[in-house]
Design a protein around this ligand. Structure first.
Ligand SMILES: NC(=O)c1ccc[n+]([C@@H]2O[C@H](COP(=O)([O-])OP(=O)(O)OC[C@H]3O[C@@H](n4cnc5c(N)ncnc54)[C@H](OP(=O)(O)O)[C@@H]3O)[C@@H](O)[C@H]2O)c1
Length: 323
């Protein structure tokens, strides 16, 4: 039998219900895997609360690593025993899952299943943000909010590897230390400091080429004031709540700015993009340029505690569930 964490009605962490469900054999083009490590992401919170729409009941989670146990008809890319991972599953909080083979990639030797589960969604996000949404290089100064979180820890290391000057906001002194360890040049304690003013000071008034904002409601307005004329505002999350009152005229007033609201799912919808993005991530991790910090591990049955920790800003780096 399969143990899974399901949501029957939307709500707080307490709606995550650990229960036994049936196993499903793979249909054509599908594989069945036994999960070995499962990634926890803020998007799991959005689906649990209903900020992102989904029919109930559903199995929570998008990201997992595991071992292939069965392949369906027509699957040629994977064999029984392969270590695989995915960041775009419809329900990853389970001891076993069956899904289209096309959403998986093989995990190369030298990368553990725990590391894979900790990095596929967050690391591929960092990759498209820094290499496609905006091509970050040594000539750029970037502001990355929540710099010591899951995506933030990976993206800031990667941005330093690309040679950028990195400014990172963080929620505490302890998180500032972690961000500095990850190479962030300047940290800002945005719960107590005015980050707009600090960015102006740090850059001598020149401001940033790009702002990466996953905090949303509490940071979007100030973020626009941290950009140079013609700079790019990348809103890619809602950790503090969704941005609902955005007026496009602000982009004109603040210096002919650009704005985008990207998703990993959009950037990896084509199989070739998924493979390229994953391979680039595997390369920077295997080379040692980017480390994947796992800040906390929870048993799968304690998924609700993992959500409580994430939502209360109590985590750093990646959080994983162990089935
Ligand atoms: N669009 C995409 O493709 C995509 C893909 C992956 C992730 N994301 C987004 O990226 C963000 C980071 O995801 P993650 O899973 O790696 O999470 P995370 O960064 O580990 O956790 C979120 C962090 O946001 C900060 N935060 C600020 N205000 C908050 C509030 N009111 N409540 C909770 N947290 C708050 C906290 O850091 P401080 O204490 O330092 O402020 C917290 O640790 C999320 O918004 C997620 O939705 C988007």
């Amino acid at each position: 039998m399969v143990e899974a964490v399901r949501v029957h009605k939307l709500g707080g962490p307490e709606v995550l219900t650990y229960e036994t469900i049936g196993s499903r054999p793979p249909g054509p083009s599908e594989i069945r895997i036994r999960t070995t490590a499962i990634g926890v992401n803020f998007i799991d919170v959005y689906f649990r609360t209903g900020l992102y729409a989904s029919d109930t009941p559903f199995i929570a989670g998008k990201e997992a690593a595991g071992v292939v146990e069965e392949v369906g008809e027509g699957v040629t890319d994977f064999r029984v025993g392969d270590h695989v991972a995915s960041a775009t599953l419809s329900g990853s909080y389970a001891t076993e899952l069956t899904a289209p083979a096309a959403v998986f990639v093989k995990v190369p030797d030298g990368i553990s299943d725990e590391t894979a589960a900790a990095m596929m969604l967050k690391g591929m996000t960092a990759r498209y943000l820094l290499r496609r949404t905006f091509k970050v290089g040594p000539e750029h100064t970037i502001l990355f909010h929540a710099a010591s979180g899951g995506v933030g820890s990976i993206a800031t290391q990667w941005a330093k590897h690309l040679g950028a000057t990195v400014i990172g906001t963080v929620g505490s002194e302890e998180k500032a230390k972690l961000a500095k360890k990850n190479g962030v040049d300047h940290t800002i304690l945005y719960r107590t400091e005015d980050f707009v003013q600090r960015v102006a000071e740090i850059t001598g008034g020149a401001k940033c080429d790009v702002v990466y904002d996953s905090v949303g409601q509490q940071t979007w307005k100030g973020s626009l004031d941290c950009l140079k004329p013609l700079g790019l505002y990348v809103l890619f999350g809602n950790s503090s709540g969704a941005v609902t009152d955005f007026n496009p005229s602000l982009l004109a007033q603040k210096g002919s700015l650009f704005m985008t609201r990207p998703t990993l799912f959009g950037y990896t919808a084509k199989r070739e993009d998924l493979i390229e993005t994953a391979n680039d991530l595997f390369d920077v991790v295997k080379s040692g340029a980017v480390e994947i910090p796992i800040g906390a591990r929870f048993a799968l049955k304690d998924a609700a505690d993992a959500h409580r920790a994430l939502e209360s800003r109590g985590t750093t780096g990646s959080t994983i569930l162990i089935p």
